[in-house]
Design a protein around this ligand. Structure first.
Ligand SMILES: [Zn+2]
Length: 496
């Protein structure tokens, strides 16, 4: 390894080709590596590869250099840490001593961040390779001055990028707090391309899905319904729709988005009320989110009957759907969860029990006071709760700024944040409770409750039954031939 301390001056001149020696018209041709970067960034080079190379060829000719290596990279942005094979090849060539100078468009944009720059300067220093810019200064990397200039110029560039990025983040946060619709993201499902006005078909689908879910519907059922309506998921932006275009997970993602309830988000936090048209009221949305987060949902996902997993055997165990020895669908005390409870345990024909329970539900919801089951008194609170929540979110958003400005102490900020979050959690739970009422909405609001009940699927019927009553089934007794509803079914109405 060559080291300046042990080498004669002549050796140093032949081994280290510096910018100074290049300008001093050395007899040997100076070997140049030309590097171009295409940037799609608007504030970037603004300069195609061909133009950059043409500039570099002119520069090389003017300086008596020969371009022996040309490399380029396709770079999306100076801030992304993407792999740059062209850059790596030209740096490797420099390290191996195959080139004497590197021609670039701008020295400050050759490296994308501090770390890359520090490493690059070190490689070029050791190899004695200079950096020559067609636009900007040329830097002799073998001199401390050249390296310092390179480092400083690069620092300015990094600082500029960082300040730009900080400003952008601040602007994004303020826009989110003011409830501005974000335009840079893909069009959200449910809105027109302006991201403000509702898309009639999609918004209706989202609202119907929330209602269906709260009324006991399943995600798979919603996905099938959206397929039936010919709605288009983001995963299939154009072309013929696949047969089962909608998956439960895509439906979930859409329903969980706070935008649906007009809530503006920034980095995962609710920060304001959106300027766009909302699809469902906040309480409905919160109830949907809570339902989707409920881990017990998973256990009933496979239940396809009206009372399976909901009604109880007289022994206190849950009943499940089964088939009798004669091949008839029955409800039976679930043997797997009986755990030695004393019998006798129930086994009853599903058709009989479902019909009787359906009659009870229809009768109850046809009564004059059925609307009271919806707890209308609570409705008035909804708006007040929503306003209070918005106020708290707004104040929480400003706490950080007040602390940063030195207007409040850190302890006050932390304490305030905790109190605010506790109250927010209470309000959100309250709103979700109010939203849950809509399990009964399609029936209570119906002119003909019986007809409305008959079109409901078993999963939605199950949710209605669960909201209204606790059903216990008793064994019919040995030899019972005729179904005796009064004997088999006991109902305890729930306080609503
Ligand atoms: Zn039992």
């Amino acid at each position: 390894m060559w080291h300046p301390a042990h080498s004669p001056v002549s050796a140093r001149i032949t081994h280290v080709t510096t910018l100074a020696t290049a300008l001093a018209a050395e007899p040997r041709t100076i070997r140049a590596g030309a590097y171009q970067r295409i940037s799609f960034d608007k504030a970037g080079d603004g300069h195609g590869v061909a133009n950059q190379l043409a500039d570099q060829v002119r520069t090389a000719e003017a300086r008596g250099q020969e371009i022996v290596l040309t490399e380029s990279d396709n770079d999306i942005s100076a801030l992304t840490g993407k792999h740059r094979p062209g850059y790596e090849r030209i740096m490797a060539a420099a390290a191996r001593g195959e080139i004497d100078v590197i021609l670039v468009y701008q020295t400050s944009r050759f490296w994308r961040n501090r770390r890359e720059r520090a490493e690059g300067i070190e490689i070029l220093r050791r190899a004695g390779v200079s950096l020559i810019a067609t636009k900007g200064p040329s830097l002799d990397m073998s001199s401390a001055y050249g390296r310092m200039m390179c480092g400083l110029l690069g620092e300015f560039d990094t600082a500029e990028s960082e300040i730009k990025s900080e400003r952008q983040q601040l602007a994004n946060r303020e826009a989110a707090m003011a409830g501005k619709a974000r335009k840079a993201t893909p069009r959200p499902f449910g809105w027109r391309p302006d991201r403000i006005a509702r898309d009639p078909a999609e918004a209706a689908a989202v609202a119907d899905a929330c209602r269906a879910l709260l009324a006991g519907g399943t995600l798979a059922g919603i996905a099938r319904e959206w397929d039936r309506r010919g709605l288009r998921p983001h995963q299939a932006p154009f072309g013929p729709l696949p047969r089962r275009a909608w998956k439960s997970v895509s439906v979930t993602e859409i329903l969980r988005n706070p935008r649906v309830a007009g809530i503006s988000m920034y980095k995962g936090a609710e920060v304001g009320r959106g300027e766009w048209e909302t699809i469902v009221p906040e309480e409905t949305w919160r109830a949907v989110v809570r339902l989707l987060a409920d881990p017990s949902r998973g256990s009933t996902a496979g239940v396809r009957t009206m009372l399976g997993g909901v009604a109880l055997c007289r022994c206190g165990n849950h009943i499940s759907a089964s088939v009798s020895q004669r091949g008839e669908p029955v409800y039976r005390c679930n043997r797997e969860t009986q755990r030695g409870r004393p019998g006798p345990h129930v086994a009853a024909r599903r058709a009989d029990v479902d019909e009787a329970i359906g009659g009870l539900v229809v009768a109850r919801l046809s009564m004059a006071d059925a609307a009271d089951l919806m707890a209308p008194a609570a409705k008035a609170d909804t708006a007040a709760l929503r306003d209070e929540a918005m106020g708290i979110r707004d104040r929480l958003g400003r706490l950080g700024s007040l602390f940063a400005l030195g207007q409040i102490e850190e302890a006050d900020m932390i304490g305030g944040r905790q109190k605010g979050n506790v109250r927010l959690a209470e309000i959100e739970a309250g709103l979700a409770d109010l939203g849950r009422e809509s399990v009964l909405a399609p029936l209570v609001g119906a002119k003909n409750v019986k007809a409305a009940w008959e079109v409901l699927g078993d999963d939605r019927r199950r949710a209605v039954v669960d909201a209204l009553m606790t059903v216990t089934l008793n064994p019919a007794g040995r030899g019972a031939r005729v179904f005796d509803a009064l004997k088999v079914i006991s109902v305890e109405w729930k306080e609503v």
